[in-house]
Design a protein around this ligand. Structure first.
Ligand code: IMP
Ligand code: MG
Length: 419
């Protein structure tokens, strides 16, 4: 079936693991106790799964070797998974599988084969291992809604992610909060992020310099705020001339207005065609729809249809070719933003790099950057774009972000011990 909303690499790996599952799982062990022990089955399944993950790792290494000489279009992986992009680091898939199998007991399951979620988490672990092999993690960027806090909520002081982020900052990793939420006032971001910002200010483990290693990029790539302990909201707005990249200079007001006009008219069309009880929200750098009836939940299909209609219309328009934009399904709204998260992360890489904070004072490299987000399905997902400029980890809820950062801290400690 043709589907816009899928991740081909993870689905491909899931398919490869389905064969040993069918051949080696022992579902009859549930009632034939003496015939098949779970331990024996798990040992065989673990070995087979690990072998396959090692094979995939080798195929990725081969793709990276092709990439290095500009021939990534000719790799075996490209033939097997045509949508595959480029890799910033190696992926330690076999070790990552062993790590996740210890946590999730994938090999011990008799009825449920390795799932998409299992593969997603193995890929995250493999990515963390790859980044740490490439060098220290210079920049970690985080999406807001669903990644740091539940959709539409705020980062409260009790959120365990705060201490994990402070731990990273104490190791000189710079932090960017790269969110679609587009506000022009520091106060609004403080309201969403106060648990983290207050904890950074109060921290006794961070130096003053380390405390300044956090910034907030709002509206995907439109509003930049830096840490300012003297402001009541702990953030200072930085005007665009201080941070825009040379390639963003074509984002002129007439082009932005034309793009938002085109997006707004498509949104209105979808609202009519799908009979959506929606209000159009037009902002300085975005346009979106939100429910007009409090508490109303849009059908997922309506949101996805709206995103795809707008995306296609804008892609085919002159103005859509002139400047980047991001149309996405935010759970219970659809927004079209000017720019996207690849630009947001790129600005963080440049800003910290330009201040002499990147390796050798230059812009922070993609292999030393990790973006953590929840939206990675290929169409209609705003974190997906960050894949162009850095490594990524795909989480499903804020608890998984905490788990991922614990794993990162564990791997960093292991690396320090070995050094
Ligand atoms: P993120 O997950 O942190 O990227 O935030 C996405 C959510 O921010 C969306 O689902 C919207 O509900 C909300 N939002 C608020 N303002 C904007 C905007 O200007 N553009 C896009 N999303 C916005
Ligand atoms: Mg999100």
């Amino acid at each position: 079936m043709f589907c816009y909303f899928t991740d081909t690499k993870a689905e491909w790996i899931k398919g490869l693991l389905a064969v040993p599952f069918v051949l080696h799982s022992q579902p009859t062990g549930v009632f034939e106790k003496n015939a098949h022990s779970v331990e024996q089955m798990a040992e065989v399944a673990h070995q087979r799964y690990a072998e396959i993950m090692q094979d995939v790792e080798n195929i990725v290494d081969d793709h990276i070797a092709h990439q290095k000489v500009g021939l990534q279009g000719q790799s075996k992986l490209k033939l097997l998974v045509p949508t595959i992009g480029s890799f910033f680091t190696r992926l330690h898939l076999a070790d990552a599988f062993r790590y996740q199998d210890r946590k999730r007991f994938i090999s011990s399951r008799r009825f449920v084969p390795p799932s998409f979620n299992d593969i997603r988490l193995i890929l995250n672990t493999a990515q963390l291992m790859g980044v740490l092999e490439a060098g220290p993690l210079d920049l970690a960027t985080f999406d807001g809604d669903v990644t740091l806090y539940d959709d539409g909520e705020s980062l409260e002081p009790s959120n365990p992610v705060t201490q994990k982020i402070i731990h990273l900052m104490s190791h000189d990793t710079k932090i960017g909060i790269v969110t679609a939420a587009g506000y022009t006032e520091a106060e609004k971001y403080y309201n969403r992020l106060h648990g983290l910002l207050d904890a950074i200010k109060a921290s006794t483990i961070l130096t003053e310099a380390q405390k300044h290693n956090i910034m907030v990029m709002g509206g995907e790539s439109n509003f930049l705020f830096t840490y300012d302990p003297t402001s009541p909201f702990l953030l200072a707005h930085l005007s665009r001339r201080n941070w825009i990249l040379p390639s963003m200079s074509t984002w002129t007001q007439p082009t932005i207005t034309a793009l938002l006009d085109a997006a707004e008219s498509s949104l209105r069309e979808c609202v009519t065609n799908l009979s959506l009880p929606a209000t159009i929200l037009r902002k300085e750098r975005a346009v979106g729809i939100i429910p007009s009836v409090p508490g109303y939940k849009f059908a997922r299909e309506s949101l996805e249809e709206t995103v795809l209609v707008i995306q296609k219309k804008l892609e085919m328009s002159e103005v859509g070719k002139a400047i980047p934009f991001c149309a996405f399904n935010g759970g219970n709204d659809v927004f079209v933003d000017i720019g996207d998260k690849s630009w947001g992360v790129l600005v963080c890489q440049n800003y910290f790099g330009g201040k002499g904070m990147g390796p050798q004072g230059g812009s922070i490299k993609g292999e030393r950057t990790l973006h953590v987000g929840d939206q990675f399905l290929s169409a209609g997902s705003n974190d997906f774009k960050a894949r162009n400029v850095g490594t990524t980890a795909w989480i499903a809820n804020p608890a998984e972000t905490v788990e991922l950062l614990s794993e990162l801290a564990e791997l960093m400690a292991l690396k320090e011990k070995r050094a």
